[in-house]
Design a protein around this ligand. Structure first.
Ligand code: HEC
Length: 218
């Protein structure tokens, strides 16, 4: 009895130890693998090794249980680029003009109370061009002009009644860094509301570029 108990405990411990090895592409030892690996093509998985999980396969389709790649797609990719003009759920997560994965915006994670950190570390990822500034100007006209005014003097139609809107080209506002401006647009500041949910990251960086031209006014 004791012997059998020891044997079973030993086996359980060995299985647990083997399972702990999971890392990278290796999922560790799985109990009942068919429960985790879906039969349909899953967009967020891409197992290209046709033999992966062959030992546990119960189908005679010639491929392993874990194999998950769609041969009908280019490069057998499970995930597809959405068709043109698809309405994005969140433009911060997918940038259709992105050429590399590094151009895709990840969610903005700097917390609201870390303005100083954002101001010090953030850099505008967009290229320096008149086009970016022009886009920024158009966005500024929709979202900022009502309070900050066309020349950023704090004298927009709302700004004149909603007191305390600063001018961008005076005092400390002249020296606000691009990270600072971006962070303030995202979360708001004092009496100014947050625009992070209405304006995507890329748009916020464009607006920031335009605000910088207003800061530099004499
Ligand atoms: C409803 C009016 C309103 C709108 C719209 C508005 N702001 Fe503001 N903004 C304010 C007010 C008021 C302040 C002063 C906030 C404070 O310190 O209390 C301010 C402050 C700022 C500051 C200075 C922040 C600091 O650190 O002192 C920046 C930069 C700024 N706004 C940029 C923008 C941009 C860019 C937009 C458009 C996306 C925008 N604001 C839209 C009212 C507005």
């Amino acid at each position: 009895m004791v012997k059998r108990f020891c044997l079973y405990s030993f086996l359980v411990v060995m299985i647990l130890i083997a399972g702990c090895e999971a890392q990278g592409d290796y999922q560790g030892l799985e109990f009942s693998p068919q429960m985790y690996h879906s039969v349909p093509y899953e967009p967020l998985t891409q197992v290209t090794d046709r033999e992966a999980g062959e030992w546990t396969s119960s189908l005679d389709d010639g491929v392993g249980e874990f194999y998950n790649s769609n041969p009908n797609n280019p490069y057998a990719m499970n995930v597809r680029i959405p068709p043109a003009n698809t309405v994005r759920r969140n433009s911060d997560h997918y940038n259709p003009s992105a050429e590399a994965l590094t151009d895709v915006y990840l969610p903005y994670r700097i917390p609201a109370d870390s303005l100083e950190y954002a101001a010090r570390t953030l850099k505008n990822p967009l290229e320096v061009s008149d086009e970016v500034v022009a886009d920024g100007q158009a966005l500024y006209a929709s979202f900022c002009y009502p309070c900050h005014g066309g020349a950023g003097k704090g004298d927009g139609p709302v700004g004149v009644v909603y007191k305390g809107v600063p001018a961008f080209n005076v005092g400390r506002y002249r020296d606000l860094t691009e990270g600072h401006v971006f962070h303030v647009i995202t979360y708001g500041q004092g009496r100014m509301g947050a625009y992070g949910s209405q304006v995507s990251q890329e748009e916020r960086w464009k607006i920031t570029r335009y605000v910088q031209t207003l800061q530099q006014q004499p």
